[in-house]
Design a protein around this ligand. Structure first.
Ligand code: ASP
Length: 331
């Protein structure tokens, strides 16, 4: 018998039409979950008092989620987090880092159409999430969506128009849900060590999407003038950027002041590979850390996790480049 805790935070899945558009409907989703009852599994449902459209998620919401999961950790076999799709990959990534030495499944899910819609994808997503949350060997935060189980810190929302809302472009799915569930256990991580929750703390993390033209210089000037604790720069291809003096000077000055500048690629597939092109070298020499094939969602979560621990800057930089939760490919 598996005993699950289902935390319902909001999202389209439990929404109903209102004059202003779709909005969360308190009480509706927990009642609907009864339709998925079956032998061998029971659950408690906690509906959050403020059901949100996930575009409004805040650090405080993540802190609450981490605290709720940590407080209930010993009492349940698995966890399902019901969440809006817009920031689901951000939340799944935050949980993947915050829940250290996780040895139980934590499955995040939601839907593109509300459960009340005749063609809702929510039923399948919920059923698959519950199935995955009953797997004792799954020691991961994962997203169940459109018949796939994806590593949380690898997933991205890739489609706002079809049921195939999520993908993990640089990592194979952890399972595929067909008539039978095909669990790819060879991909699953194993928990080891004592479970511990490291809740994210306020941190000044900023990001910039590099655009051809003056933006590179402006990003550099901004970094030099208003140095955050960490900056995620989305560069081109394999981590390439123009050898713009202001950009490189900004990265150099910010890095010298202890800012962790992370270089990620704008590409959906592939990785920052310093040295693949000469154009990737100047950023690295100026102090930017190559983020390999990490998603921006994972990089944000990883920085929050590392900065929350008061590590020195060298340790944060080293950990950013290292694989901690299966968030980046090691070659
Ligand atoms: N805007 C919604 C949300 O993220 C979208 C969804 O749930 O599909 O809460």
């Amino acid at each position: 018998m598996s005993k699950l805790l289902i935390l319902y935070t909001g999202g389209t899945i439990g929404m109903a039409p209102t004059p202003a558009g779709l909005a969360p409907l308190p009480g509706y989703l927990p009642a609907q979950l009864q339709r998925l009852a079956r032998d061998g599994v029971s659950w408690d449902v906690v509906e959050y008092p403020q059901l949100i459209d996930s575009s409004a998620i805040t650090l405080a919401d993540w802190q609450k989620l981490v605290a709720d999961l940590a407080a209930a950790y010993d009492r349940y076999d698995g966890f399902v987090v019901i969440h809006g799709t817009d920031t689901m990959a951000y939340t799944a990534s935050v949980l993947a880092f915050a829940l250290e030495n996780l040895a139980k499944p934590v499955i995040v899910t939601g839907s593109q159409l509300p459960l009340g819609h005749p063609r809702s994808d929510g039923w399948g997503n919920l059923a698959d999430a519950i199935e995955a949350a009953c797997q004792p060997d799954l020691h991961e935060v994962a997203i169940a969506f459109n018949r796939l189980l994806l590593r949380g810190c690898r997933a991205r929302k890739v489609d706002a128009a079809s049921f195939a809302g999520f993908d993990s472009p640089n990592a194979a799915p952890l399972a595929r849900f067909g008539i039978q569930a095909a669990w790819d256990k060879a991909q699953w991580r194993r928990g080891s060590g004592a479970f511990r929750a490291v809740a994210p703390q306020p941190a000044r993390i900023r990001s910039g999407l590099l655009l051809p033209g003056s933006m590179a210089a402006e990003f550099g000037q901004w970094l030099a003038a208003d140095t955050p604790q960490a900056a995620i720069l989305l560069s081109y291809g394999n981590g390439n950027a123009p050898a713009d003096a202001a950009l490189l000077d900004g990265v150099r000055q910010a890095s010298a002041r202890g800012c962790v500048v992370v270089n990620l690629t704008q590409c959906v597939h592939g990785a920052v590979e310093v040295g693949a092109y000469a154009a990737s070298q100047p950023l690295a020499q100026a102090g930017a850390v190559a983020g390999a094939d990490m998603t921006p969602e994972a990089a944000n979560a990883k920085l929050l996790y590392l900065l929350a621990q008061g590590l020195d800057v060298a340790a944060v930089r080293a950990a950013v480049a290292r694989d901690l939760r299966g968030e980046l490919s090691v070659h």
